[in-house]
Design a protein around this ligand. Structure first.
Ligand SMILES: Nc1ncnc2c1ncn2[C@@H]1O[C@H](COP(=O)(O)OP(=O)(O)OP(=O)(O)O)[C@@H](O)[C@H]1O
Length: 963
């Protein structure tokens, strides 16, 4: 039984095993097993792949983690950076506090009661660089600013030096409070002048760059006038007296060399609208105009002066007598305009020139003399009126206006010659003197504005300011960087090590991360940046200085600051470029140098030949010098008014020069022809031929209009580039032609042939100008040389010349049309400019009105406070009890009058507002129309300018084809 049971169990197991073996799962397992055994290698490979994949996945995970880490670290880095910045700020604050404490202590020790916050703010804004001074010699008007030093007394009173003087820029740092009344800030205002002298520069420096170069003019029929302008106590008298010492020496050094001159001196003052003689115990003088409109001062003492001592004595004597009064601002304030006049006379008594030194009265306004008496206020009003008139006259003179309003005040009346002198060597120098004290920064700004308005400003100013600002900023940065470097070096080692470790860690983490960018040395980069910026500004400064130096060589001041042309100048240049087809300003300087060189060379070789050439060279050089002297004037005019910008002056002088050139060419040619040896030229003639060649080269660079035989105006020797090339390539041929072309004139007396020859020359040059090909040109020249033998060809050529003459006429006509168009455009610009000027004048008058209104209001406020003080006194003492009725009545009448005034003002205001609204409405409509109209006009003008050129080209083409 047991066996049976065991067998059954075994059978069941067998069945279960077979069932399992045959089951699909087992089959799969077996298949897999067999596959495993068959592909064991392959599986190993796959497992490696799997491993790799796993690794990649792991790496990806790691990277993700790293990314998370880097994300985290960048956040941390930012936080660290912020922390660093905070620390830096704290350090800075601490430093500032320390500096402040140190300064406070220093100020206490030196008795300076200045506001340290303002002082530090101003220090941050200071300009620390200045350009070289430029001596003035060609400017009709020069404006120079001089800053006086801050006195210790002023510092004790809490005054700050609020002026930065960086030639040619003056920056006024005006200390101010914000609206909250607590926050301090500094308002900067920049001004640019011809020269700016700081407190460190002596009067000798001022003289060297201002009056000294002009002293010679007073011996050459010039009138040199110097004004000292500024608020009371700003150093006007100091500057004038300082200059006197220097010019006296220079004048007498000239007179000692040249005994024919005689000096006559007069000294008078204008006080309260009246003239007083300072050399005759303040005798009152009458200012009269004679029948020739010359201003004469009746009974004025004119003392002849023999030596320096005598002159100094006279000046001292006059200074003592001059009217001075103590004011709030200056204990010995000069209240008059003092005029010292030195007239240079010939031995025959005729006037050679004048030097006028005007020490103006203090420019402070009436409101500054509140506490002074009525007389002082009247004085102030008179002074203001005459200073306003002076400004108007100088502006009119500088802008080249036809009318100079010199009758506006007594001061300007006696200085009539200074404004109206037509001599090119007459000059005006305005010395604007300024006080550095912060409390007078209002007046300083007023003075600088006055000086700035005298001369038309140019748009170049910003460049100089930018350069100086950049330079000072770069310097500051460099200094900061250096100080931070020093701090870094002196910081404790542990901190440095920590920083190093941190940097290392950062570097390592960055190195681990293959995709991460290489670590930058930020400090190194900063340093480079700063240094680069510093170098850049240094470069700009050097450039500016180089330009300036170049100008000082040419004696043309203040061009260095005119790197960029203004908008108007650009327009004008574009127009001139357009008109250059007709009138081109030649490079005369170069040409003259060439001729001068040639003349010197010739003089060493052949004295005889050199005389004619050198005389032409010297004549040309003279012309060039005249032209160079004219340049600053035209430049000034360019700055002042566009209307004066047209190139008429230069063109006429160009024409003169070119006419002279042509004459010289003809003369030299003629003399060559007479001395000519057909086989070879003699030494003299070789030189002449050489100089003739040079003259012709110059004339080729100068487009000239000249007369041909028929009296027609024709243009010869074009400056067209193609023509230049041609002439360069065929220099020798031209040279020969030039000399040989003249020969038949002498050899053959045939007038017809002469004319034809000349016509041929002229026409061939026109051909060149009109870009005819060189072969045709060559042929024509060839034909011209064979003319001597062949009359038929000659006649043909003559006919051709007649055709070309008509062509020439046509070109001239077209040129005229183009020129007329350009003139129209220039006229338009002049009109625009005069409009601008009028507008500016209106604006200034408005400003003056506004300021006088403001002063009236201030006075009212003062009166009010006086009244209230009086009332309280009345209340206290009660002494006016009996008179109170009349007092109230008077007060009532005053109030009613004032109310009436204010009502009138209100009415004015209403009408003004109405006008404004109407104007705005009109303007918006007009503007739309005008824009449209202007566009149309411009298009038409462009067409008009283009069309003649096109027509001319097509006409030439036609002619070419016909020929
Ligand atoms: N550049 C300077 N260097 C040293 N001191 C100066 C300088 N400029 C002016 N001062 C001094 O300042 C004071 C006032 O100068 P000054 O009398 O010339 O002023 P001012 O402008 O003529 O005044 P006012 O219009 O009231 O006559 C004088 O004591 C003078 O010595």
């Amino acid at each position: 039984m047991l066996r049976k049971q065991i067998n059954n169990i075994l059978q069941n197991q067998q069945i279960a095993r077979t069932e399992y073996d045959e089951s699909p799962q087992n089959v799969q397992i077996q298949q897999l097993d067999s596959f495993d055994s068959q592909n064991s290698g392959r599986l190993e490979y796959d497992s490696e792949r799997y491993q790799q994949v796993d690794n990649v996945v792991d790496q990806g995970n790691q990277n993700n983690n790293k990314k998370k880490q880097t994300k985290k670290s960048s956040l941390l880095q930012n936080m660290e950076k912020m922390e660093q910045k905070r620390q830096e700020r704290r350090e800075k604050m601490n430093q500032m506090k320390q500096q402040k404490l140190e300064k406070e202590q220093m100020n206490k020790e030196s008795n300076r009661n200045v506001d340290i916050d303002f002082e530090m703010l101003i220090e941050q804004e200071r300009l620390n660089f200045s350009l070289q001074h430029v001596p003035i010699s060609n400017n009709r008007l020069s404006v120079i600013v001089r800053k006086r030093p801050l006195f210790s007394k002023e510092e004790e009173e809490g005054e700050l030096d609020s002026i930065s003087c960086s030639n040619p820029i003056i920056r006024v740092h005006e200390p101010k409070y914000k609206v909250d009344g607590i926050t301090k800030y500094v308002e900067n205002q920049d001004f640019q002048f011809d020269n700016a002298f700081s407190e460190k520069e002596s009067t000798e420096d001022v003289y060297k760059y201002s009056l000294q170069p002009l002293i010679k003019c007073i011996f050459e029929h010039g009138v040199v006038t110097c004004f000292a302008y500024g608020q009371t106590g700003s150093g006007k008298t100091f500057t004038m007296r300082g200059l006197q010492q220097h010019y006296i020496n220079d004048i007498f050094s000239i007179i000692q060399k040249n005994h024919q001159f005689q000096l006559i001196m007069s000294y008078f003052e204008i006080y309260g609208g009246k003239c007083f003689d300072l050399l005759n115990e303040r005798n009152q003088l009458n200012i009269l105009e004679d029948k020739n409109n010359n201003v004469q001062i009746q009974n004025l003492i004119e003392k002849p002066v023999r030596d320096q001592l005598e002159m100094i004595e006279i000046i001292e004597q006059a200074a003592i007598i001059r009217t001075t009064h103590a004011t709030e601002a200056n204990e010995e304030s000069s209240r008059s305009h003092a005029i010292c006049q030195i007239v240079v006379k010939d031995t025959n008594g005729s006037t050679r020139g004048k030097l006028i030194m005007v020490d103006l009265a203090g420019s402070e306004r009436a409101q500054d003399c509140q506490s002074n008496s009525k007389q002082r206020r009247v004085e102030g009003a008179n002074i203001n009126q005459s200073l306003l008139a002076l400004k108007e006259c100088i502006r009119a003179m500088d802008s080249g206006a036809q009318h100079v309003p010199f009758r506006g005040s007594k001061l300007t009346l006696v200085l009539r010659d200074s404004f109206l002198s037509k001599q090119s060597n007459s000059h005006i120098i305005m010395f604007a003197c300024i006080s550095p004290g912060s409390s007078s920064s209002d007046h300083t700004v007023n003075t600088l504005r006055y000086a700035d308005r005298l001369k038309e400003s140019n748009g170049i100013k910003q460049d100089v300011i930018k350069i100086i600002e950049e330079q000072s900023k770069a310097k500051k940065k460099k200094q900061n960087y250096q100080s931070s470097q020093q701090q870094m070096a002196s910081a404790p080692q542990a901190a440095a090590q920590k920083k190093k470790e941190k940097e290392k860690e950062e570097n390592d983490s960055n190195k681990k991360n293959q995709n991460a960018p290489p670590v930058k040395n930020l400090k190194g980069e900063n340093k480079n940046k700063e240094e680069r910026q510093y170098d850049h500004t240094q470069y700009l400064m050097n450039n500016a200085k180089n330009k300036e130096n170049m100008q000082s060589v040419d004696n043309i001041p203040s061009i260095g600051y005119q790197d960029k042309p203004s908008q108007q100048e650009k327009k004008l240049n574009a127009q001139q470029a357009k008109s250059s087809q007709i009138q081109k300003i030649p490079p005369i300087q170069q040409s003259v140098q060439q001729i001068e060189q040639a003349s010197t060379q010739n003089s060493t070789q052949q004295v005889v030949s050199s005389t004619s050439v050198s005389s032409s060279a010297s004549a040309l050089a003279q012309l060039h010098r005249e032209k160079r002297d004219e340049r600053p004037q035209t430049q000034q005019k360019r700055q002042s008014s566009i209307g004066k910008k047209n190139a008429n002056q230069t063109d006429t002088s160009n024409q003169n020069l070119n006419n002279l050139l042509q004459q010289k060419i003809l003369n030299t040619d003629a003399s060559l022809a007479t001395n000519h040896n057909h086989d070879h030229l003699s030494g003299v003639d070789q030189n002449k031929a050489l100089s003739l060649k040079q003259l012709k080269q110059i004339s080729q660079s100068n487009p000239v209009t000249t007369q041909n035989n028929q009296g027609q105006q024709i243009r010869i020797n074009s400056a067209h580039p193609s023509n230049n090339n041609n002439s360069q390539n065929n220099n020798t041929r031209d040279d020969n032609n030039n000399s040989f072309n003249q020969l038949p004139k002498k050899g053959h007396n045939n007038q017809q042939q002469k004319k034809t020859q000349q016509n041929m020359d002229n026409i061939s040059t026109i051909n060149n100008k009109n870009n005819r090909d060189s072969s045709a040109n060559h042929n024509s020249r060839h034909n011209s040389s064979s003319n001597n033998n062949n009359n038929q060809i000659n006649n043909n050529n003559f006919n051709q010349n007649l055709n070309d003459k008509s062509l020439n006429d046509h070109i001239l006509q077209k040129n005229k049309e183009v020129q007329e168009n350009i003139e129209k455009a220039q006229q338009h610009q002049i009109e625009q400019k005069t409009k601008d000027l009028i507008l500016q004048q209106i604006k200034e008058k408005q400003e003056d009105m506004f300021s006088s209104h403001m002063s009236a209001i201030k006075e009212d406020a003062n009166l009010l406070s006086l009244e209230s003080g009086l009332l309280t006194d009345c209340q206290k003492d009660g002494f006016m009890d009996c008179d109170i009725d009349s007092y109230v009545k008077k007060f009532e009448s005053i109030v009613s009058k004032k109310l009436l005034m204010y009502n009138l003002l209100q009415q004015k205001m209403d009408t003004l507002k109405k006008m404004r609204n109407e104007y705005n409405n009109k303007y918006s409509l007009n503007q739309i129309n005008n824009n449209h109209h202007e566009k149309n006009q411009q298009q038409q003008q462009a067409k008009q300018i283009e069309d003649p050129n096109k027509k001319r080209q097509s006409f030439l083409l036609k002619k070419k084809i016909e020929n």
